[in-house]
Design a binder for this molecule. Structure first.
Ligand code: SF4
Length: 266
């Protein structure tokens, strides 16, 4: 199988703006499943609503394009009924940590074997550039024309605190690293979270005068360092990339099967 074989080419050209980071994330995802030698039939993708969630239309897996913020709830149902399938959930800011925030922390807590890819562009792109829980203080958005005063979530810290057993971060500039992290997340048995900083040049970039898509990707290179880099000591604002959490813990579907066995014995 080549990466093209995993695509529904009849739905191209895609709807993303030129330079949108989500195409790069799709590329990293396809390379990950190709390198793992996965069959299309063993993957289920459930997504919510937003530019990032449109990925589920372009991949030729079993796909569900569901409600805003509810992708993890649908994915949990799929995984419990068909635990042998690999379930992947691409999410944007809102799906993961605004309307979907409760689903996110409880999926982390349960440690169900689902791979969540959080495509963090710090804005609601599809609906016109409103600020999101990831935007951060001082950011301009259509709903914050005089700058945003809300502090942002840290996806890695949130997922770690909620109990996810695999937590990682990369960016669209570091596409090969993103591929590797997605591969490891898919192989991990438990709830895995991969945050990928993904540029929205149309709204976030334009509102905040960050230049073209290539400039925004260069910015990701400049503001991130590998975990443990000595540069972080000199500049605490640098954002770390890599694997933050990778640990074994009882997986939810397996634990649920044990309960069913007990119940069957009476
Ligand atoms: S609005 Fe932003 S996030 Fe949406 S497709 Fe365009 S660049 Fe990408």
């Amino acid at each position: 199988m080549s990466t093209h074989d995993y695509l529904r080419q009849r739905f191209f050209p895609h709807m993303w703006c030129p330079g949108c980071g989500h195409g790069t994330v799709l590329n990293s995802l396809l390379r990950a499943v190709e390198q793992l030698g996965m069959s299309k039939n063993e993957i289920v993708m459930a997504s919510g609503i937003g530019c990032s969630s449109r990925i589920s239309g372009y991949v030729d897996f079993h796909t569900l394009h569901t409600l805003h913020g509810r992708a993890l709830a649908f994915a949990t149902g799929v995984k419990l009924s068909k635990p042998e399938l690999n379930v992947i959930v691409p999410m944007g800011d809102g799906d993961a940590l605004a309307i979907g925030g409760n689903h996110f922390i409880h999926a982390c807590r349960r440690n169900i074997d689902i791979t969540a890819i959080v495509m963090n562009n710090r804005i609601y792109g599809m609906t016109g550039g409103q600020f999101s829980p990831m935007s951060g203080v001082g950011i301009n958005a259509t709903t914050a024309p005089f700058s945003n005063i809300d502090r942002e979530f840290d996806v890695v810290k949130m997922a770690t605190a909620a109990g996810a057993t695999f937590v990682a971060r990369s960016t669209t500039f570091h596409a090969q690293q993103a591929t590797d992290l997605i591969k490891q997340a898919i192989l991990h048995e438990g709830f895995s979270v991969v945050e990928i900083l993904s540029q929205c040049p149309t709204h976030f970039g334009r509102k905040n005068k960050l230049g073209a898509a290539a400039d925004m990707m260069q910015h990701y290179k400049d503001i991130t360092v590998p975990i443990g880099s000595s540069k972080k000591k000199d500049n605490p604002d640098l954002i770390e990339r890599g694997i933050f959490v990778q640990e074994e813990a009882p997986e939810y579907c397996r634990e649920y099967d044990k309960i069913i066995e007990q119940a069957m014995k009476g």
